[in-house]
Design a protein around this ligand. Structure first.
Ligand code: ATP
Length: 157
């Protein structure tokens, strides 16, 4: 996926990414909402989300479903353009014409504060290395994962 950003070229994660906007493919409304804001409410033709058990690809007309989400990259396609968002877990509701993502946090790549994410990564790594029995290793692991994905996505903005 890394090389296909905004090119509309072949992308294994987005098998229809070569389609042109003028072909007027079917679309669905994608809404991304966090506790503090609605980040997105736009028609998209395809999306891929980090489900708890792995990435899920969704096209318009998908059967209704609910899923828990994990930290990762949400990718969606509008015409030939691929867009990315970071989401840090939450829930997904799929209806044939609408997908709603309730995310704990979500950011566009250009909104990510790289220095903050690097500080969060260093803090989490230090906690994971420490022998302190007070350290919550699960929490530090998830914080590290969030920070690493933010760093990765900030590099793609
Ligand atoms: P930190 O330790 O730096 O707060 P965190 O991973 O604990 O990082 P979250 O709990 O995921 O932070 O997010 C809290 C809020 O801060 C959310 O609104 C999120 O969008 C925002 N946020 C966190 N880190 C960044 C970042 N590096 N750049 C931009 N926004 C961020």
């Amino acid at each position: 996926m890394a090389n296909a950003a905004n090119t509309g070229t072949q992308n294994p994660a987005m098998p229809h990414a070569g389609a042109s906007a003028s072909q007027g493919g079917a679309s669905m409304l994608l809404r991304v909402v966090t506790p503090s804001r609605q980040l997105l409410s736009e028609p998209v033709e395809e999306l891929q989300v980090p489900g708890k058990a792995g990435y899920l690809g969704i096209l318009p007309g998908h059967a209704p479903m609910l899923s828990e989400l994990r930290v990762g990259e949400l990718t969606y396609r509008q015409g030939r353009n691929l867009h990315r968002l970071l989401i840090t877990g939450g829930f997904l509701e799929v209806l044939p014409e609408q997908v709603t993502i309730l995310a704990e946090a979500a950011e566009r790549p250009e909104e990510i504060d790289l220095a903050r994410a690097q500080t969060a990564r260093d803090r989490a790594e230090k906690r994971l290395r420490s022998a302190d029995p007070e350290v919550d290793l699960n929490r530090a692991t998830v914080a590290l994962e969030r920070a690493l994905i933010r760093i990765q996505l900030a590099g793609k903005s």
